[in-house]
Design a binder for this molecule. Structure first.
Ligand SMILES: [Zn+2]
Ligand SMILES: [Zn+2]
Length: 165
């Protein structure tokens, strides 16, 4: 089986089955199909048991911790009152958070870093453009030189009295 560049074999974060993941998809086809049921299951449980931790919710609903965390990251529980135990680790510093991928302080830091990286990229793009311009000028010069050569050649032909094509 050929695997396209954006595809890769990985384990489904819910059932653990190996599947061919496209565009970093984390769930296999089966679990994707039942995703909204799983989401509802977790939401209902959290509503009924507001003090539960991710571990407890996972055990009670059979939804994997990774999938619950994915739901939290994506803000599935925004309208569900979450207890202080229902948290997971910031992907950068490990501080407990309730939504998103990073805590607020890491988010601020990362935004700054991204901005700086973007600025560096822009400088590089500018440098890139001037290189292209230089290449254009060279190409233009070569073209003009060629035209001149051709003219000289034709003039040479005229001088010996042959017709110009
Ligand atoms: Zn699965
Ligand atoms: Zn953090």
């Amino acid at each position: 089986m050929a695997i396209a560049p954006r595809q890769k074999l990985r384990n489904c974060i819910q059932c653990g089955k190996v599947f061919l993941s496209k565009d970093r998809e984390e769930l296999c086809t089966d679990c994707r199909a039942s995703y909204y049921q799983l989401e509802e299951l977790v939401k209902e449980f959290v509503k009924d048991h507001p003090g539960s931790s991710v571990n407890e919710v996972s055990e009670a609903t059979t939804v994997s911790k990774k999938l619950i965390q994915k739901m939290m990251r994506e803000g599935v529980f925004m309208d569900v009152p979450m207890g202080d135990n229902f948290m997971y680790a910031c992907a950068s510093c490990g501080k407990p958070i309730k939504t998103g991928t990073y805590c607020t302080s890491c988010l601020t830091r990362l935004r700054k870093e991204t901005q700086q990286a973007a600025e560096r990229m822009q400088v590089r793009v500018k440098e890139g453009t001037s290189t292209i311009k230089r290449l254009d000028i060279l190409a233009q010069r070569e073209f003009e030189q060629e035209q001149r050569d051709r003219r000289t050649y034709r003039m040479g032909l005229t001088n010996v009295g042959r017709p110009i094509k």
